[in-house]
Unconditional design. Structure first.
Lengths: 165, 165
DNA sequence: TCATGTATGTTATATCGTAACAAGTCAAGG
DNA sequence: CCTTGACTTGTTACGATATAACATACATGA
C-alpha cells in the first residue's frame, strides 16, 4: 500500500504512531493554507490531541486538555475548534459516541465508514465509494436527495475480540 | 408491491396514515406477545405518538405528550419506553437528530438506512441487505466484527426539494 | 398468599451543546 | 502609520439531552 494512501487497518494495528500523527498534521497545515483558512494554535492543538490516540474523544475531554495547555476553560473553546476541524474535513464527529476523532485521510474526498470498537472506543475509518453508490441508489428509488451520509458500525476491534474470547 | 412489505417511500408519499399506523400497532402487539414481553400502556402510547407522524421526535417532545395523557412527567418515563421500543425493533434512534422514529417494518430483520429530510425532519426507512454486505466486507478487511451498523443519510425529501427550487 | 421479577414514577444530577457578548488579533487600504 | 472590518478567542449564562438511584405498585407463578 502506498504511503500516502489511507490504511483503514491502521487504527487497529501496531504502527509508528508519532509518525502517523505528524504526517497528518503536516497535511492539515498544507490543506489549511491551500484553502485560505487558518490552522490557529487552538485548532492545531485540538487536532494534535485527537491524533494522540485513534480513539474518539468527547468535547469536554478535549477541553480539559486544552485548558491544561493554557487555552480557554469554557465549552465553546473546544466546540469551536472541533467544529472547524470537522467543517474542513480534518476530523469527524462520531454521533453514536457524542465524540470526535481525527480524520485519517484529510483532503481526500471520501465517504467514510466508521468502525467503532465498543470495548476500547478506538475508531477506524474506511473509505468506500461503492457504499455511497448503494445509498444513492436507494435514495433515488424514493426521490430523496442525499447531501451527506454517515455510516457507523459498532462492534469489536481485532484486539478486543481476542480479549473477549 | 405486496401490502405487508415495507415501502420505503411511504414516509414521503401521500397515504392513508391512520391505516398505516394501525397496521404497525397490530404487528407490535403480536410481536410483543410472541416474544413474551409486555407492550404496556405507556409503551403502546409512546409507539402511537411516534406513529402519528413520520417524523423523528425528541424524547422530551414524546414526554410532553405522555404527560398530557396522564403518564409520568419525568424524563425516565419517556426514555424507558423509547428504549424498550428500540430494543425490540419497534422504533429506531436517529442519532443525528437526537431523536426517535417508529419502525416501519417491525419484526423483519433489516439493516435500515434512514433518509432524513433536513427541512421537515421526516424520516424514511429503507432496508438494503446489500449495503450491510458491503459494510461487512470492509470490516472483514481490517479484522473488525460488526455487531450493529447504522446508516443515516441527510438531505431533502421530494416535497421539500420541490419547495427549495 | 406471598415471593419474585418487572414496571412505573420520583428526585436529583450528569453530560452534551449553544446563544450572546466582550476583547484581542491580523491583514488590507487609506 | 493607522484605521477599519473580518475573524478568532475568551467569557457568562443557559438550554437540551440523558441517566443514576431509589420508592412504590403490579403482575405472575410457586
Amino acid at each position: 500500500m502506498p504511503a500516502d494512501q489511507p490504511n483503514p487497518a491502521v487504527a487497529f494495528a501496531k504502527h509508528d504512531h508519532s509518525d502517523c500523527a505528524h504526517r497528518i498534521l503536516d497535511r492539515a497545515e498544507k490543506l489549511s493554507e491551500a484553502r485560505g483558512v487558518r490552522l490557529t494554535p487552538v485548532r492545531r492543538r485540538t487536532l494534535e490531541i485527537l491524533l494522540e490516540s485513534h480513539r474518539a474523544m468527547g468535547a469536554y475531554e478535549v477541553l480539559e486538555r486544552l485548558a491544561q495547555d493554557g487555552f480557554g476553560h469554557q465549552p465553546p473553546v473546544a466546540y469551536r475548534a472541533l467544529d472547524f476541524l470537522v467543517e474542513h474535513g480534518l476530523a469527524h464527529r462520531i454521533r453514536r459516541l457524542n465524540a470526535f476523532a481525527a480524520c485519517m485521510a484529510p483532503g481526500q474526498t471520501h465517504n467514510p465508514v466508521f468502525f467503532i470498537c465498543r470495548a476500547c472506543q478506538s475508531v477506524a475509518e474506511s473509505s468506500t465509494p461503492e457504499l455511497r453508490d448503494r445509498i444513492d441508489a436507494a435514495a433515488d428509488a424514493i426521490g430523496f436527495e442525499v447531501e451527506r451520509a454517515n455510516v457507523e458500525a459498532l462492534g469489536l476491534c481485532p484486539a478486543c475480540a481476542d480479549r473477549e474470547e
